[in-house]
Design a protein around this ligand. Structure first.
Ligand code: SF4
Length: 239
């Protein structure tokens, strides 16, 4: 495993848990708004798995959950073995993914290696190739279905980057993710971006975010805003 950083303690990355956060190095997308742009490049380095696990074990009294994020964790070939090591040591494990590797996610879930899954839904399925590669739409659709059918706790989340997320994209995602358990619409932060042009994009107002969230709310069980400075209670739909 190649890591680009470790956050020793987080109260927000793993719902209901205090977790360490491991940032893997390398991503197969190139989102203009990415706030972890330093993690996109693939770099050759020695396997750091055992060093990272040894460090986690020294803090196990205080942190018994681990969030693996990126970059994109599923591009690391030894991710399943690494997650098994964490599970064998008694950690709860949350995996963040951009959804591009359905086979990897399927294998991880079938072996019981993840306790919580968080998958990005970045835009409408038809616009996905703008972010990544031809064929990515089918892959993210397959991954979302695998997660929803897994029985593992999960969430989908969308960063509301205005050029990629408007009413029509929300309508597409509402169909795509229909029946999902938890959905978050996250505020876009122009402070840290992958592409300089993204810094010039103004984030949506909370009012607009709420209006966009209302498009998907009837199709999912729990829908909330995230990353905005107002109280955003989780609401359940009546269907
Ligand atoms: S936002 Fe996520 S999927 Fe997109 S480039 Fe950054 S790490 Fe990769």
């Amino acid at each position: 495993m190649q890591f680009g950083g470790v956050q020793k303690t987080s109260f927000i990355d793993y719902p209901g848990e205090i977790s360490a956060v491991l940032f893997t190095q390398g991503c197969n997308y190139s989102c203009a708004y990415c706030h972890n742009a330093d993690l996109i490049a693939f770099k050759e380095s020695a396997d750091e798995s055992e060093r990272v696990i040894a460090d986690l074990l020294t803090r196990k009294k205080n942190v018994d959950a681990v969030t693996i994020t990126g970059g994109e964790p599923t591009v690391q070939r030894d991710l399943p073995q690494f997650m098994k090591r964490l599970k064998d040591e008694g950690f709860k494990v949350k995996l963040d993914t951009n959804g591009s590797n359905p086979d990897s996610v399927k294998m991880i879930l079938s072996k019981g290696l993840a306790d919580y899954m968080a998958m990005d839904a970045k835009t409408s399925l038809k616009r996905y190739p703008e972010l990544a590669f031809t064929g990515v739409s089918e892959r993210v659709q397959a991954t979302s279905r695998i997660i929803m059918d897994s029985g593992v706790d999960y969430e989908f989340r969308t960063t509301a980057f205005p050029p990629l997320v408007g009413e029509s994209e929300m309508e597409d995602m509402a169909q795509w993710l229909s029946g999902a358990e938890n959905y978050f619409l996250q505020q876009f932060n122009p402070g840290h971006t992958n592409h300089p042009s993204a810094k010039l994009i103004a984030p949506y107002s909370v009012k607009t975010l709420s209006r966009l969230l209302d498009i998907i709310r009837p199709r999912v069980k729990n829908a909330s805003l995230r990353g905005v400075d107002v109280p955003t209670p989780v609401e359940k739909c009546s269907c």
